[in-house]
Ligand binder design. Sequence first.
Ligand code: ADP
Length: 711
Amino acid sequence: MQHLRHILQQFWGYDSFRPNQAEAMRCVLEGRDSVVVLPTGGGKSLCYQAPAMAMDGMAVVVSPLIALMKDQVDALDQCGIPAACINSTLMAHEKREIARSVRSGAIKLLYVAPERLVQERFLDFLRETPISFFAIDEAHCISMWGHDFRPEYRGLAHLKEEFPGASVHAYTATATPQVREDMAAQLGLDRPEVHVGSFVRPNLFYRVRQRGDILAQTLEVIRKHDGQSGVVYCIRRKDVEQLTADLNANGVRALAYHAGMGDDARRRSQEAFVRDEAEVIVATVAFGMGIDKPDVRYVVHTGMPKSLEHYQQESGRAGRDGLEADCVLFYGPGDFGLWKSIIGNDEAPGAAQALSAMYDFCTGMACRHRSLVEYFGQPLNSCSSCDVCAGEIEGVSDASDIAGEILGAIADTGQNFGGAYVANVLAGANEARIRERGHDRLPCHGALRSHDKQAVRSWIEQLAGQGYIERVGEYNVLQLTANGQALLRGDGDAPRLLAPDEAPRKSRSRAAGGAGWEGVDHALFDTLRELRRTLAAERGIPPYMVFGDASLRDMARVRPLTPDAFHHVRGVGDRKAAEYGDVFLRAITTHCEQHPDAPVETTAAPIKRSPRNDRRSQTFQLFRESRSIEEVCEATGRAPSTVNMYLNEYLVEDVVTDPSPWISPFLVEQIESAAAVAGTERLRDVFEHLDGEVPYDAIRIVVTCLRNRTA
Ligand code: ADP
């Protein structure tokens, strides 16, 4: 394994394995058949790519989509790994060229489509080649039980007979045990070792909201992620087109994608998105399979998906690179009915049940992560990255009373009116049409006047969604269902009603955002991102293949100034260090010269600071005299951010243990008690423990003093 670790570092610039990767790789090295189930973004590719580099011979990778194969080969090429793909789009001379490379032993990974592995000529060709092992990507495609059955995969059943000496390894993100077992059986795997990882994706922050002004709601998410990549899913094509137009009118570079668009137009949208030329793709479910973009920072659903499987898959396209990402689902009461009419009677009987589970997910108040993984049979206590666990949404405590009033008002007004009218009666509106009918004299008139009318409308929708009320006839008049009548009599389960307040309650919604950004110089990050885009365009590859966001953030955090320091950045292997080191170092150096005062994290590698030594020692002297930050700013004429940076260096260097000259006793006590619980390892933990209400600068000072005490 030591060898593999070295390979990981050398080619990918990674210094550790993700969960299950080491075990999965060991199976390959030891030649034991295996089944590896990891969620999207779990790092399945590395499970076969790294062993392929460690072993003699060539690995054959079966992959269902030509576009994916090409991406993988390009990405490997960037890491300096000799890989190739053979598929139907290649010209004869290109195929010959690849065959020659394979024969010469130069290729370590060969990607092929499944149909090729039943062609006798191709099999003969492989028989002449030393094969290290076979890796079957998206292996669930072989199973009829899965959602992605591909008949071409059936041919793989003969692989074990054709190549008895080579081990076969199946990789999938499909979590259902039935598909998994069928997959292993169809492939004829020999006592496969099975590795199933956790399906929890803690870097994704899940939120579910009721749909209101969907354009405004979508824009809010997009604006929060200004300039980053996101996907917006709509149920219908016409919604895709409308929203795309609206977003563009609001200055967002958005492109549409749906099955009605024609291959060319769709490909153009997808490519522009992958190349960071468009920031948002607005799509139907047709979009997703076949893109590997790892830096999708948010996925918005403007309507309810039709099942939790779909939701997990679609939202799971966010944050493959392991960095934080937002998944926001907006649903409306009409979505259930819309899907029912789309699904009709054609689909499997399970479809209606799946739809109900999805609706419960939306209207319920259980931890989103837990709901998702439990649906796939894995336990989870609770998370810290969904609206429910973060305390962003609260159920109303008197839901039964409110529901009683609403159902009572519908009954008392004769089950003959729509939601707006009923809400008006409950709000105690003084309207002619209410007075004319004598509804102003009913006990329910004004029964919910202490609540916001929008809230009452929303609760009516929620009760309809939960099956207590139905809409009937041309005018959608509200009537009680059997469940509604039972509830009104005092029988049946209490309904759940959510407060309609869509805004997160507190700035506690740290969500995506804080996590991977600590200490990152944003301006430098933007500069490097632009540089990455230029370099990628020159090479005709997607920007993420040059460096992932995690690497760019690391660079903008550490600000390496020497080739050696650059090579230590996460995701910088030998090849990329050689190819991109110079140009990135130049950009970082220039930026540091132009922004000498930019704040740096204490954990960052120290920047060479010889020209600044004088200023520094002068400032240190002032700190030794216990001067406050404001006084030092004034005395030195420097910005607070710079002074804070110097202060921190001073605290570390002089091993200062008392923060009181700079921080008020009250704040010191607050931060120290938070650190007693959250530890002094990471500032962010303390920051979060204080609900984001105390600035990092203050936390840094107190925590550094605490660390010094134990040093
Ligand atoms: P999957 O195929 O399971 O969806 P990928 O193989 O595409 O996942 O990996 C997702 C991302 O995670 C890629 O950008 C990959 O480079 C990165 N990655 C994989 N393994 C590691 C690791 N050990 N350390 C850091 N990044 C990793």
